[in-house]
Ligand binder design. Structure first.
Ligand code: G3P
Length: 224
């Protein structure tokens, strides 16, 4: 399972890109707005693209097919490898079908059920983003929903790549990997949390202390 960063924060993306295992970035209007509500979106997206090089999903804000297609046309002018994030609504599926014909990759977002995921796949979505945290927020078990979707993908041999999104903690990453998601898009803070373990820190501290002790002993022998 690949890991993307779910962020529009330049410093976080810059650092995440140095970690060596990040394959892309997903953004949405809320993440962009959280950084600076007056920002130039095109400029920010191009900055992120330069930093990450890999997958980058950019979301449209139109709710009608024509508007979505117009926005997609504009975004691919910014950078041709863009993946266009389209909301899981009927008008969005029509846009996905059209973009698929034009060989423009799409990421259908705000997917909360297996039937929505099937529709997105059949419309020709390149990626389908299943929101885990928001399902758990309303006491729907996100792991069960994701397991169902991944099982259907195996049985049906579907093409769309499944992104586990709305990740809130490291357990979501584990559940997504166990279910068989292709990608988890993870907030920077959760990525950093997922790398930490108290035994790693304690173990490293001990190794360094033992090495220092050895050096001190060695110095004593040399200076005798
Ligand atoms: O990738 C979608 C994600 O950004 C939504 O996350 O935490 O707002 O539910 P959240």
């Amino acid at each position: 399972m690949e890991i993307y960063v779910d962020s529009a924060n330049i410093e976080h993306i810059r650092h995440a890109a140095t970690l060596g295992f990040i394959a892309g970035v997903t953004t949405n209007p809320s993440l962009l707005g959280k950084e600076d509500s007056s920002m130039d979106v095109k400029q920010r997206i191009l900055e992120i693209h330069k930093l990450i090089g890999g997958h980058l999903s950019v979301e449209v804000i139109s709710t009608n097919t024509k508007g979505m297609l117009k926005e997609a046309e504009e975004i691919v002018k910014w950078f041709p490898e863009a993946t266009i994030k389209i909301p899981m609504i009927a008008e969005g599926l029509t846009a996905v079908r059209e973009l698929n014909k034009q060989n423009i990759p799409t990421n259908v977002t705000l997917v909360f059920s297996a039937t929505q995921a099937i529709a997105a796949n059949n419309a020709g979505a390149t990626y389908v983003s299943v929101f885990m945290g928001r399902l758990d927020d309303i006491s729907n078990n996100s792991t069960e929903v994701l397991n169902d979707i991944c099982e259907i993908w195996d049985v049906q041999d579907y093409d769309s790549r499944i992104i586990a999104a709305s990740i809130r903690h490291p357990i979501h990453i584990i559940e997504a990997a166990k279910a068989g998601a292709d990608i988890a898009t993870v907030p920077y803070k959760v990525i950093m949390q997922s790398l930490k373990h108290p035994l790693t820190d304690a173990g490293l501290e001990q190794f360094l202390a033992d090495y220092d002790k050895m050096q001190t002993e060695r110095q004593k022998v040399i200076s005798v």
